[in-house]
Design a protein around this ligand. Structure first.
Ligand SMILES: [Zn+2]
Length: 274
């Protein structure tokens, strides 16, 4: 937590005559930034289609990333008869670190059940979900043997499924766990000796246009998948993650900020391909 105002918030305060200091003002700024970023992404994008993808693997550092970040694309791939697998790297148990009643183990069990429900809604087959159960919150701190162990497990999965494409959060997503997950997948691919297409989707980077700027400028292709006809399906799948969307009593705030959650309900997803 910063005690003094950042330069960015000082500038925001100056250009918005101070209303950026209120929660509503901040929300308006975020909405305006999000609109601008989406418009810029659309300009550089081309429509996504499964094309030559016969097998795809989605890598979710936490149970919910697959649905929030690319649930509409997952639903499209499932309907296009693509062999589709999802690997959940961590158990997600760290979303409520100091809850009075629920231990990380209990949260992890809830999130696993939610992941299965969301996957079923999107059209995934239950035997194509892999839960690696790494402890949530530990990926960024893994070194040496611990890091090699998880990379080897992901490599085994890649060798078993032989994906034409891997969908995963952006290499710089603004979350140390997501960034670490990308490096683990890169390590796993080197071990497996395979080079599938990498399709990166933003999760936390949606909140930070500065993080989106680099992939916006340097990606070889930005794919856009618009799915107005499947909007309800994605919203239902997101709703399956009740533990993240709604406060778990006695806590009063949800793990996922409501304005970010509603951002993911838009029927539009972008995938960056380097
Ligand atoms: Zn995550």
């Amino acid at each position: 937590m910063h005690t003094s105002k950042s330069t960015v918030s000082k500038i925001a305060g100056a250009v918005t005559l101070g209303w950026s200091d209120s929660p509503k003002g901040r929300q308006r700024i975020r909405a305006a930034v999000s609109r601008t970023v989406r418009a810029a992404l659309r300009l550089r994008s081309r429509p996504f289609s499964p094309g030559a993808i016969g097998t795809a693997l989605v890598v979710a550092p936490h149970p919910d990333d697959e649905t929030l970040g690319c649930g509409g694309t997952v639903a499209l791939l499932a309907r296009s008869k693509v062999r589709l697998f999802v690997a959940f790297i961590t158990d997600g148990g760290a979303s409520h670190p100091s809850h009075a009643l629920y231990t990380p183990g209990m949260i992890a069990e809830i999130r696993k059940a939610e992941a299965k429900s969301a996957a079923a809604i999107l059209g995934l087959e239950p035997d194509r979900l892999f839960f690696l159960d790494a402890k949530d919150g530990t990926l960024a701190g893994l070194h040496g043997k611990g890091k090699a162990l998880i990379a080897a497990r992901v490599a085994d999965m890649i060798l078993e499924t032989k994906p034409d494409a891997i969908l995963l959060p952006c290499r710089r997503d603004g979350s140390s766990e997501h960034d670490a997950a990308f490096l683990i997948v890169a390590d796993a691919l080197a071990r497996a000796g395979l080079r599938p297409r990498l399709l990166e989707f933003p999760i936390w980077a949606r909140r930070n246009p500065l993080l989106l700027l680099k992939p916006m400028l340097t990606s070889r292709i930005i794919w856009r998948h618009a799915f107005p006809q499947m909007r309800d399906l994605k919203t239902m799948a997101i709703d399956a993650y009740a533990s993240q969307l709604r406060p778990i009593a006695p806590e009063g705030t949800p793990a996922l900020p409501p304005d970010l959650a509603s951002e993911f309900c838009r029927p539009e997803e972008f995938l960056f391909e380097q």
